[in-house]
Design a protein around this ligand. Sequence first.
Ligand code: BES
Ligand code: MN
Ligand code: ZN
Length: 508
Amino acid sequence: MQTHLTFTSLSGIKTELLAVLAADTQTAKGAQAKPAPELLTADATVKAAAAQALASGEFKAAANETLLLHAPTGLAAKRLLIVGLGKPAAAAKQAQIKVNSVRDAAGAAVRFAKPRGIREIVFALPSSEDFSAAGVRAAVEGAFVGDFDPDTYRSDRKDQSIASFTVAAPADCDRAALEAAFAEGVILGESQNFARSLVNEPGNKMTPTVLGQRAAEMAKQVGLGCEVYSTEKLHELKMGAFWGVSQGSTEPPALIVMRYEPAGVKEGPILGLVGKGITFDTGGISIKPSDNMEKMKYDMAGGAAMIGAMRAIALLKPRVRVIGIVCAAENMPDGKAQKPGDVQTAMSGKTIEIINTDAEGRLVLADGLAYARQLGATHLIDAATLTGACVVALGMVNAGAFSNDDHAYAKFEAALAVSGEKFWRLPLGEDYAEMIKSEIADIKNTGGRWGGAITAAEFLHAFAEDTPWIHLDIAGVAWVEDSRPYIAKGPSGVGVRTIVEWVRSYPD
Ligand code: BES
Ligand code: MN
Ligand code: ZN
């Protein structure tokens, strides 16, 4: 998708589709209340072209609702698409329109165009100073998110991707600021889609080795350091927890290490990004039921998020060192597989009693976190499709977040305000850590049914120890179960945008 930013006036723009936003400003309640869509543009010609359709009452400007007009009067555009933003916050001031709804609206415009054979869009940004930089970035991100479709292996696949997406910003904007925000949007949107493309691959195509190759290719393109290790290195580093998972598969593991080292930055924090890269999770000897097991190809979504984030970091160039580690393995049942009751010795020296071989993510991450610390990470963040319990707790709306450090978490929360992603903080605590004490070893890999997302987080905590650390459990949101107007069913790429924003909040 080619992207452009223009400041020319809307009515003169020649395009297949001009998309303009509308907010629902209706305040009256009850049966008499009429929809009151307000077009969010200062352009009088566009307003006039849409006036009759908007007055009809057919269109309510609900979030992501669309209305298409052909041959709009007075406009050079062939079509005018009005996209609803829903009700703006309290005072109905344009500045308060949530940036998040602009991101979704851009995605909705793209997904409206794709199946109709429209390959070119101009997306008009509402006029408002303090809104426009964040808005332009969100619009570009949303366009990339909307453009992604997962049907890559269909032999009748028609490539419906959008060839050209242009953001049209009001002429009175701070152009330099908008151009910078626009460039950021392109990097984040492309990086999120890169992560999604990795997650979308089936387990037979996306083995740990292939994931390592894809990370290395990407690293070469954007100038990141990258080493991909396998079995030998796991033994050398005494990664008994990671190897315990991998030993049941004929596919060798991949320990992917990506490094971002900005020139001249020799001190300050080193951020460690650690991702779960289980390319397929059968459950191992504690095998999963076959219903929905095919979904477990997305069990490397945390790892993919870190690879996507590293790509964006390399291009955005923050002044902080970052190490990205992905622990990739296949969790299989086999004559050589680990068994319930086995005891493994992790890299940190802690011994782990394996209660359930399906609780494998925390095992590979235990060694990933320890390795990040050994490489000098002063702050840690991990992402993993870790527990079904997190999905039970938060549904498929919010991902879970945990932290042993309020300062690091405050930065994460600030990053969420920019990314628009939904994470909800859950507690940690000694009482939960108690639940994973073992009779035979230092720790066991499951804590029973109750509070399963939290005991999993406490397991990781035992390996992050007192290093400031954030854990993201994305099991419920890494895969979109039902398509929405702005995103296809399939991998979501969740985490990339927030993790990148969190990284950019350092070194301060
Ligand atoms: N990969 C799964 C978690 C998962 C569940 C991801 C649903 C996406 C959707 C993880 O490895 C797992 O199997 N966890 C177990 C842990 C249990 C055995 C303690 C779970 O949640 O059931
Ligand atoms: Mn599992
Ligand atoms: Zn898993």
